[in-house]
Design a protein around this ligand. Sequence first.
Ligand code: ADP
Ligand code: ZN
Length: 438
Amino acid sequence: MNIDSPYLHPEYETLSREEISKLQTERLQETVRRCAKVPFYERKFREMGIKAEDITSPQDVRKLPFTTKQDLRDTYPFGLAAVPLTDCVRLHSSSGTTGNPTVILHTKNDLDEWANQVARNLWMVGLRPDDVFQNSSGYGMFTGGLGFQYGAERMGMLTVPAAAGNSLRQIKFIKDFGTTAIHAVPSYLTRLYEVMQEQGVDPRRDTKLRVFAIGAEPHSEEQRQRIEKMFGVKAYNSFGMSEMCGPGVGFECQEQNGLHFWEDYYIVEIVNPETLEPVPDGEIGELVLTTLRREAMPLIRYRTRDLTRVLGRTCPCGRNHIRLDRMRGRSDDMMVLRGVNIFPIQIEKILMTFPELASNYLITLTTDNDNDNMTVEVELAEMFTDDYARLQSLTKSITRALKDEILLTPIVKLVPKGSLPVSEGKAVRVVDKRKVYQ
Ligand code: ADP
Ligand code: ZN
């Protein structure tokens, strides 16, 4: 493996499983010591009779208590700080659509390590200091902004904080600055491509784009492949969450065979969300993460609610950091319709196989005459709205394919390109109008 960057820590990239295990044990002990200063954890440790010395292997993490998003809300704003507030230099906060928002604190070291983590990922996917990196994600509280900004700068790339939206300006930057890499949510990139088409810009001919980092929202393999084909660019899946720092927690390598989660920074567990017991490798469960390096707000066994599975612990790229499957969504993204569990990504996967369709879609759940229904609106790639017979047969094929996947028959509506709402941040894929009547 070619790892010769002075910005990274090559010795951590290629750790053997044994070395990872040893490092995790030491770092987990440190985390437990740090958490013992937080009243929330101190009380739990006392009740459970746990001390740092009881940790003799990474598996001992199972002796420790879980932490939930509700715990973050209950201790809002600074209740989980493990250092005095004067040692903190940054605060990020989630939207808080329900109840208190959550707050994540960072020390100077936390930010430093976070930047290293992101730089490491960008290096892994083949970016180098002479690349031009355009960060087309929201800035502000959304960690995808500053997280990628500092990581890309740390690696030494010319970094363009373009932020989200304003596609015409994005395209101008891409062309004028010779942008080679973009970070954005996948739903935005498909929109950007449409605007390029409208403007007569051919990304292959008119730009130097070669790498995308896409993430922050669930997306299907089919969606990724579509993006890669549209632009002629490799798109790498990037997983992050504010509670763990932000982007950089997991990233695909050039093999594109799952997300490497960095085990020198986190302990990864996949548990059954009901029993909270570990599930075997390959089985879907809830991702649970324990921070190993964070100072300001270390978190133990944080229940992410993201559903995924372990794909392996080795990789042809030479890294032995655990590989996880792409997230199929959060447990709270799951729709239950007439007793059937459905994830938006299942619908997306099917829609993306139809070349006649564009990439934007919206799922609406309604109650009509006491029956729950699902309507899937999806944009057409080109206009042929006057060809009624063609529209009808396409609608039929899509409905059938969706039924085979989700075992229910949705109402499919084909709509003109550009007619569905596009959000600047994470895409809103589901509108549940049933809740109004509950
Ligand atoms: P919020 O909780 O307000 O959405 P975050 O930016 O912290 O703010 O979101 C983290 C969540 O975003 C993750 O828990 C996961 O559900 C989702 N997410 C992030 N990256 C990916 C990805 N690559 N694939 C699927 N989901 C992702
Ligand atoms: Zn790899």
